[in-house]
Write a protein that binds this ligand. Structure first.
Ligand code: ATP
Length: 365
């Protein structure tokens, strides 16, 4: 096991107009489960491939432990990778698939079997060990693929969207098992996904990438509570945070009928950027519903476009302050939804639940 350090790592493909990975600085601690999160094409897989040695770094350096691995061939890096499209040997049992690399490495049979049995117990595969892959479900096969990598006891384990072939329920079950196995074995793991729910549920920390550039790295809760910019605010959290571009007035902004006073440092930072507006963010679950008889509490008027009732919670998709230029809004409602399309309702928000970003750079103030 080992730490992993990316230091100003850049990789540019000849056909690309910008680097696929751009001056990446990232430190992953020994034994940590780090998730690389971002939309398609943001450079997540390229980061893994650079770390595995399947791509060359153009500039910068990658270290595993204290060793610079830039010029080490993949086989000498002691890095193991689980892909989305796991390829199991169809004629071998689950146990033999998991132990294959150990056999090639000439590990004594009893010792190898001990490792396979251990991984199978943590991954909940004990009863399937003698079955061939063709007789296993997708989730079981994916766990065999993960087990095959983990039993090798690599210094670093890389996983590239390993659960994307599974249905939602299996994905949730399997991600729990992978995290428990990783914690048990303590293998430093870098896990790639575009699914923010998966990232939040699995990562010790999450690194959010956009266009090859690291946007923020932190514990899932930190990234959710204090997104570093509007991109992260929009990408992390489901449904996404509502973002409103509001013109600056004396001392603050106006959100519907809500007068929002902005702290002095925010006003100073906006003035220094020459901004005439700021972006305010509110998570859908942070709005408070105002009953119809309350006509005095300042709030926002919404006209309902659609209601999404998931059973546990209901979200209203609406137009905020029709005619006022605020645009679309999503709000979580308490209890059972009773509002039909076209009906109006009012909500308010506590100042502590407002996120404030630069309208010029998108950065959090
Ligand atoms: P996805 O979630 O869709 O797999 P990703 O975030 O993993 O995407 P990468 O596969 O790392 O993104 O790709 C980053 C960028 O580099 C993309 O613009 C992609 O088109 C480009 N790219 C990746 N591999 C190559 C290659 N071998 N040759 C040229 N361009 C490439």
């Amino acid at each position: 096991m080992a730490s992993v350090t990316f230091e100003k790592v850049t990789r540019r493909f000849p056909s690309g107009d910008r680097p696929a990975v751009d001056a990446l600085d990232l430190e992953i601690a020994d034994g940590e489960f780090m998730v690389l999160l971002g939309p398609s094409g943001c450079g997540k897989s390229t980061c893994l491939r650079l770390l595995a040695g399947l791509e060359d770094v153009d500039t910068g350096s990658i270290r595993i432990g204290v060793r610079d691995v830039n010029h080490l061939p993949p086989r000498d890096r002691d890095v193991a990778m689980v892909f989305q499209n796991y390829a199991l040997y169809p004629h071998l049992s689950a146990a033999d698939n998991m132990g294959f690399a150990l056999r090639i490495a000439r590990m004594p049979r009893r010792h190898a079997r001990g490792r396979v049995d251990f991984a199978a117990s943590v991954l909940d595969l004990e009863q399937y060990l003698e079955r061939s892959p063709g007789t296993l479900s997708g989730g079981q096969r994916q766990r065999v693929a993960a087990g095959r990598t983990l039993v090798r006891d690599p210094r670093v384990c890389l996983m590239d969207e390993p659960l994307s072939n599974l249905d939602a329920r299996l994905r949730a079950q399997t991600r729990g098992r992978i995290v428990r196995t990783q914690h048990h074995l303590g293998v430093t793991t870098v896990y790639v996904t575009h699914d923010q729910t998966e990232a939040m549920a699995m990562g010790d920390r999450v690194a959010v990438l956009r266009d090859g550039v690291l946007q923020q790295v932190g514990r899932p809760r930190e990234v959710f509570a204090r997104p570093a910019n509007t991109f992260v605010a929009d990408f992390v959290g489901s449904p996404a945070m509502n973002l409103f571009r509001l013109p600056l007035r004396a001392g603050g902004v106006r959100l519907g009928a809500l007068e929002v006073t902005l702290p002095r440092p925010v006003l100073a930072a906006a003035a220094a950027e020459g901004a005439d507006a700021v972006v305010l963010g509110v998570r859908p679950e942070r709005f408070t519903f105002l009953p119809a008889e309350d006509r005095t509490t300042p709030g926002l008027t919404l006209v309902v476009e659609a209601v999404e009732d998931t059973g546990a919670v209901a979200y209203v998709h609406a137009t905020a302050e029709p005619g006022g230029g605020l645009g679309h809004i999503t709000v979580r409602l308490p209890g059972r939804p009773t509002h039909g399309k076209g009906s109006a309702l009012r909500v308010t928000v506590h100042p502590d639940d407002l996120h404030c970003f630069s309208a010029v750079t998108g950065r959090r103030y």
